[in-house]
Structures are given as structure tokens and as C-alpha cells.
Design a binder for this molecule. Structure first.
Ligand code: SF4
Ligand code: SF4
Length: 213
């Protein structure tokens, strides 16, 4: 019910379908997303008690649907902040667990940042190879864990000149260059992703309740 106040059902279905196709959603990604949704739901219920809104007909299903909407849409659709605006306001959401650096593969390097990266880190020249998935990109030869992760300290050894993809994580681009979309990597064990989805869900909830009133 609440989600219908924000977005047409068909439009939501189409966006979801496109994202799933572009991301090549597999069973692992689906189960990761399910866990993430459960975690966000638990946190959202602490922030917005269902009891308070029960009389208005708001249910647990409404919260789940808003979380799904927060996962796949940009709040700019509702005159809200973009994913990157929200993320840049909350660097504390990253708890420096180091999982993105130890579990991501491949680690993309766009052709336009290649020269700059090598200029700051001449040793990288032999560590960067062609990216077989996307011709516009290169990748680190070694990942999972990334060779530049100090595993003990959970710190990046080339932090100041790390690739763009690392700077924006858990945001990432999908699709071709001309139809690229900025999405959130829905990893349940990433605190940054969890907090970002939670923040978006709260904004969507408040907006939907305003429209309901
Ligand atoms: S971005 Fe997420 S996975 Fe990476 S270090 Fe921060 S909290 Fe951990
Ligand atoms: S370059 Fe640094 S930030 Fe990027 S994946 Fe490797 S260790 Fe992590």
C-alpha cells in the first residue's frame, strides 16, 4: 500500500526487472539480498514503530516493500538525495571491516584513471591487466583478497590513490557506458550498504506516510 503511493507498480516492476537482468542475479546474490532485507527490516522497525502507524493500516509488508524500493531506486525520483549524496554525508557507515577488499572480484580500473594510478604507484604497472569483462576497463591481477590490502591492519596500502571503484563502494556502476546506472552492492555483511538502505527506507517511509495522511 505505502509503496503504491510513491511509485506506479508497473514502473517498479520494470526497474526491478532491468536491474536483475543487468546484474545477472544469481542464487547467491538473492540470498545475500534476503539477509540484508531482514537486517534492514529489524533496524527500520526500531526507527519507525509499526504500533504507532497501525491505525493508519501500515503493516510489516509495507516496510518490506519500501526496503525493496530503497534497494533499487534512486531517491532523486522522489526529489530526495542521490545515493552518493547520502553516502558522502555518512563516511562513518563504513566500519572498515575490509570485506569489500578481500571479497570483491574483479576490481575495476577505468581506462581514464589508469595513467594517474600508475603515476602515483609505478609498481602497479605489472599488477594491472586487461579486464576480460569490459573492454573499457582494466583490473588488478590479484584479488580476493586484493593484493593492496594490509590484512592485519585491514587498511589499503594505496589508499590515497586507490581506484574510483574503491572510493565509491558500496555504490557501483552497472550497464554499458551510455546506459550506466549507479546501484548499491547489496551485500548483507557490509555495514555501509545496510545503513544506506536503512536511511533511504526511512526517507521513503516518511514521505509515503505524509502522502497517506
Ligand atoms: S564498505 Fe562495507 S565491506 Fe567495505 S570496509 Fe566498509 S563496511 Fe566493510
Ligand atoms: S586497492 Fe585498496 S581499497 Fe581497493 S580493493 Fe585494494 S585494498 Fe581495497
Amino acid at each position: 500500500m505505502l509503496r503504491d503511493l510513491l511509485i506506479d507498480g508497473n514502473l517498479f516492476g520494470n526497474i526491478q526487472k532491468k536491474i536483475l537482468e543487468a546484474e545477472d542475479w544469481n542464487d547467491n546474490a538473492k540470498s545475500e539480498t534476503n539477509i540484508l532485507e531482514k537486517n534492514v527490516l529489524k533496524l527500520l522497525r526500531k526507527k519507525r514503530s509499526l504500533k504507532k502507524y497501525k491505525k493508519m493500516g501500515v503493516t510489516r509488508t509495507d516496510l518490506k516493500e519500501l526496503i525493496e524500493l530503497a534497494e533499487i531506486t534512486n531517491l532523486e525520483l522522489f526529489q530526495g538525495p542521490s545515493n552518493s549524496e547520502l553516502s558522502s554525508l555518512h563516511p562513518e557507515w563504513c566500519n572498515n571491516c575490509g570485506r569489500c577488499c578481500s571479497e570483491s572480484s574483479p576490481i575495476f580500473i577505468h581506462k581514464d584513471e589508469l595513467n594517474l594510478l600508475i603515476m602515483f604507484n609505478p609498481k602497479l604497472e605489472t599488477e594491472i591487466i586487461t579486464n576480460e569483462y569490459y573492454p573499457e576497463h582494466f583490473r588488478f591481477r590479484e584479488d580476493k583478497p586484493c593484493k593492496f590490502l594490509d590484512i592485519e591492519a585491514k587498511r589499503c596500502k594505496i589508499y590515497d590513490s586507490r581506484p574510483q571503484v574503491c572510493r565509491y563502494y558500496p555504490l557501483m556502476m552497472i550497464g554499458s557506458e551510455d546506459k550506466a546506472r549507479n546501484i548499491i552492492n547489496l551485500r548483507y555483511n557490509c555495514n555501509y550498504a545496510t545503513r544506506l538502505i536503512l536511511e533511504k527506507s526511512i526517507i521513503l517511509f516518511d514521505e509515503a506516510v505524509k502522502r497517506l495522511k
